[in-house]
Design a protein. Structure first.
Length: 271
């Protein structure tokens, strides 16, 4: 079973196509009846307030292609985490809320850096931990050992992964990003969100994601509950040279929108 459904990979690839049409996105969403229904339900939720929308075409004409694309990927990603199967090696709800928080934070921070990339940053932030999903699916013993070591030693997960396994979830996620031919921005955030200085291709956007990861942790949405966050997070945030008012605004948005998205998209907590 693949880590992500084909429909999600198809939508993700649209970010790298400057000539893509709205109709292309509608076609991809409509090929999955379940996703179409959920997209319309979320579009009509208090988060978006489109009560009269009853077709994907209509939703995209009002919300715009970027927003609808973000909704579709969020729904699919959350559905993966709710999939029945063997007990996961990680806290799925915490992972989902962290993914949302990093996505929201990355989008809001990027509005002050390069507003045109804001929605792509939401998706990239949402996807930043996809390597953990892959490890849980295909290398769960290795992930469990790393989780246990990180908990005992009270160190960040990536540090424990390198000590125990010799590789980490960012490297695994990067392999998937390359296989799926994701855009450089999304792919490099998956690979380098915890080490943005290693990204020499799209450094600015990866730095924004690293700062968003730091804010998500300090807003109460850690990737793994009980484990420390990156020690370099504050430095990543300071490199963006944003005022404290802007940082406080983004933190407030993260806390408010994680709850709103939880409810709109039907998370395990909100169900």
């Amino acid at each position: 079973m693949p880590v992500l459904p084909t429909v999600v990979v198809q939508i993700l690839r649209l970010f790298d196509d400057p000539n893509v049409s709205a109709r292309s996105l509608v076609r991809i969403i409509e090929q999955d009846a379940g996703m179409s229904a959920k997209v319309l339900r979320v579009s009509g939720s208090p988060m978006y307030r489109l009560r009269s929308v009853n077709t994907v075409d209509r939703a995209i004409s009002i919300l715009g292609m970027s927003t609808l694309r973000s909704i579709a990927i969020s729904l699919a990603y959350q559905q993966i985490l709710n999939r029945r199967g063997p007990k996961p090696a990680f806290d799925q709800l915490a992972f989902w809320r962290n993914s949302l928080a990093v996505g929201i934070g990355a989008r809001e921070l990027m509005r002050s850096v390069n507003a045109g990339l804001a929605e792509e940053m939401y998706v990239a932030g949402l996807m930043h931990g996809v390597g953990i999903l892959a490890l849980d699916r295909f290398a769960q013993p290795e992930l469990r050992r790393a989780m246990k070591s990180a908990t005992v030693k009270r160190i960040p997960l990536r540090e424990a992964e390198m000590m125990v396994n010799g590789f980490d979830h960012c490297q695994v996620g990067g392999i998937l990003a390359d296989k799926w031919n994701l855009s450089p921005i999304v792919g490099n955030i998956i690979k380098y969100y915890d080490t943005p200085d290693a990204d020499t291709e799209t450094h600015q956007s990866t730095l924004v994601a690293a700062a968003a990861s730091y804010l998500a942790y300090h807003c109460g949405f850690p990737l793994v509950p009980g484990l420390p966050g990156s020690e370099d997070g504050l430095e990543h945030l300071s490199k963006l040279e944003l005022g404290q008012d802007k940082i406080d605004f983004v933190a407030t948005k993260i806390m408010a929108e994680v709850d709103a998205a939880d409810e709109a998209m039907g998370s395990a907590r909100a169900a």
